[in-house]
Design a protein around this ligand. Structure first.
Ligand SMILES: NC(=O)c1ccc[n+]([C@@H]2O[C@H](COP(=O)([O-])OP(=O)(O)OC[C@H]3O[C@@H](n4cnc5c(N)ncnc54)[C@H](OP(=O)(O)O)[C@@H]3O)[C@@H](O)[C@H]2O)c1
Length: 290
């Protein structure tokens, strides 16, 4: 099979690149930036996408996105272009090629006012520009007529790029005390685990199981708990203190509760999902060896 990956220099794309090593399939890794490992493809360029996705493409994995949640508040038009119009371009190309589109979305499509894990059928209600544009992207894919899988994930981290894990690894090393919010609850997700799910679907040829899915690591925690665990696993001695969201106002509102129910993804693909603490332990081990 031929698989085209977009946004390959981001966290998820990079993990997919690592996991594709040794695959019998042909992967083509693209990103808006050309690099040693990627071919240039700007997914907002409709003509370029149409020209790039030939009839020989079997799967498109869209890892590209506008992921700066705060900046999106003052830059919603650009976020909409990348998070919604561009997935529409990929969906049209997938439909034309008869390819499957795997698209990634977010827990920020929910308003966070619930107290039970959100299922795929739960009512959406994004609080932020980022959430609105991602929800709009889901609709563009779902209404295109192409075969698709949409995976909503949350609190993604890895050893590359800019993310909460790396920020807190640095801050807990350099600061004696750190306040972190405890009134936003969700589940961290090691990008390698989500990449493993996507690779598993391809390697095990489960491409016919189309639809909308929720995927994060197992378990529940606050950003405070996540930071405390990072601090402790790294052996740092920072005094991590809980605080409320309103002590550190940010341009974008975030859901207070965004735990995702993963029953559907577990049952459909027959995979055990690692607990966030176990996946974090592995990430910390790799971080310390890097
Ligand atoms: N990060 C999270 O916590 C989180 C949580 C929930 C869901 N998600 C979703 O998970 C997916 C993967 O996220 P991630 O954290 O891996 O993202 P990421 O690290 O921000 O990577 C996104 C990649 O897409 C590239 N890109 C931006 N605009 C593009 C364009 N027009 N054409 C092609 N590539 C473009 C980016 O390049 P530049 O860096 O040069 O812009 C970057 O390399 C996204 O759909 C995201 O919305 C992420």
């Amino acid at each position: 099979m031929k698989i085209v990956v977009t946004g390959s220099l981001g966290q998820l794309g990079y993990e997919l690149m690592r996991q594709a090593e040794g695959s019998a399939h042909t992967y083509v890794f693209t990103d808006v930036r050309e690099s040693e490992k990627t071919v240039s493809l700007d997914i907002t360029d409709r003509d370029a996408v149409e020209a790039f996705i030939g009839d020989d493409v079997d799967v498109i994995i869209n890892c590209a996105a506008y992921t700066d949640v705060n900046r999106a508040e003052s830059d919603e038009a650009m976020a909409q272009k990348i998070n919604s119009d561009a997935p529409g371009n990929l969906a049209r190309a997938a439909l034309k090629a008869g390819a499957l589109l795997m698209h990634i979305s977010t827990d920020y499509v929910f308003d966070g006012k619930g107290y039970l894990p959100y299922s795929e059928e739960s009512q959406t209600g994004p609080l932020s520009a980022y959430g609105r544009t991602k929800l709009s992207g889901e609709k563009a894919v779902a209404e295109s007529g192409c075969r698709y899988m949409i995976f909503r994930t949350a609190w993604l981290y890895s050893l590359t790029g800019k993310n909460f894990f790396l920020t807190m690894a640095d801050l807990t090393a350099s600061k004696p005390m750190l306040k972190v919010v405890y009134d936003q609850v969700g589940t961290p997700t090691n990008a390698a685990d989500l990449a493993f799910l996507l690779s598993h679907i391809i390697e095990e040829n489960k491409l016919d199981r189309t639809g909308l899915y929720h995927y994060t690591n197992e378990g529940v925690c606050s950003w405070y708990d996540f930071t405390k665990e990072i601090n402790d696993l790294l052996g740092h001695t920072c005094n991590v203190m809980p605080c409320r969201t309103d002590e550190f106002p940010t341009p974008a509102a975030r859901p207070h509760y965004s735990v995702l129910d993963k029953k559907k993804v577990r049952e459909t693909f027959g995979l055990e999902i690692p607990h966030w603490k176990e996946s974090l332990r592995l990430a910390v081990k790799e971080y310390m060896n890097s």
